[in-house]
Unconditional design. Structure first.
Length: 76
């Protein structure tokens, strides 16, 4: 069993590597429709690079943190 979330992420990335595409989606790729209005339509963005490619992760002590999958910046 992994001793940290980063080891688990590495294991998951290795397990899913063949199923992933060759690169990121182009900027003009169709996006899923978002609900109109309210917090349900809000997009979380990285405070460092502004990317919307953000993952929510659980911290070691049960807290919630976020990681930008574009630049690697993490915050809580």
């Amino acid at each position: 069993m992994p001793t940290s979330i980063m080891e688990e992420v590495d294991d998951l990335l290795e397990a899913t590597a063949p199923a992933q595409s060759a690169g990121p989606l182009p900027e003009n790729a169709p996006r899923p429709a978002r609900p109109a209005g309210g917090a349900h339509g809000a997009v979380l963005q990285c405070p460092s690079c502004g990317s919307a490619h953000v993952a929510q992760v659980l911290g070691d002590n049960g807290g919630i943190s976020f990681v930008c999958t574009a630049c690697g910046h993490s915050w809580s």
